[in-house]
Write a protein that binds this ligand. Sequence first.
Ligand SMILES: *Cc1c(COP(=O)(O)O)cnc(C)c1O
Length: 355
Amino acid sequence: MSSNTIRIEKTTQSKIGSTDFSNLEFGAVYSDHMFVVDFKNKTWENPKITPFQNLTMSPACSVLHYGQTVFEGMKAFRADNGDILIFRPEAHWKRLNQSCKRLCMPEVPLELFMEGLTELVKLDNQWIPSLEGCSMYIRPFMYASDEFIGVKPSSTYKFIIFTSPVSGYYKGSVKVIVETEFVRAAEGGIGYAKTGGNYAASLLPAKQALEKGYHQLLWTDSKEHSYFEESGTMNLMFVVNDTILTPPLSSSILAGVTRDSILTLANDLGYKIEERRISVAEIVEALENKKLQDAFGTGTAATITHISQIHCNGKDYELPAINTRKISNALNDALMNIKLGKAEDKFGWNFRIKK
Ligand SMILES: *Cc1c(COP(=O)(O)O)cnc(C)c1O
């Protein structure tokens, strides 16, 4: 597929002039265009870029009933020389297709994904201003579009990419509570897929945690609630004895691109890493003995989110001050510098669109 096969219909009413880039609510403002392609007759057809607009669908549209849908979340940054850098789009493409397989959805060819993404980001490149901390959040997603309410894999789908400018926001730390009643995902389920159902399942426990004064949950395993899984919608890491501890990937853990990037950098910088099951008891013991140096979540939205307090077994434990957390702060800086094109991209993570 070459780019001239993507039909482009430009907007005549750009919203860019009326957008306040210094004050953007995350996820609430969208750039002018979107990329759309249809899966029909067992093939992807009719790729196009259109003005960002509402979708129309039948009330019987199968995704509305059975949740056959997947998504991705990645970011593009403006380098100092004006080029646009998209962080690890191929890794996101790979994960999208892993999610698709689990949800019985068609995979998206790499060429189609990259062409759609590139053309869209080029067209809406003004939506990534050179303001400090601004970036573009990119949301590819797919949904089942059959008009049919029997339970079976849909035969038609739409794959769409739209983008949302995000400002540099103050990155606070979070207070979390160890969840021992609900689970986010179980072994053999769909936890490793980025699919709507996982997030729907997390809303009630997250709401209850918020009512108790905690920003996020630390999810535990579905069998015993004894081992850590993830932190909210981020992967989870601890530091004990100057060693980074993180749960190994499994069918119930989402394989974060940030997780992989942080571990790759940590390994490169010579930090010790243990990817293994981490029990709640072990972390509580480290907290009791003041041996827990750090705890943080990793994800595309904020890269690293520090945990300032952990509630477990009826007790609130305070963690060390954020500025004492050498390893995670160093890793966060190293990763941000690569994303922004300020440091050597030694792992070939950036996809560059010349200005
Ligand atoms: C998206 C996501 C992550 C983080 O993935 P990144 O690729 O690093 O953004 C972690 N856990 C869950 C449940 C997620 O949905």
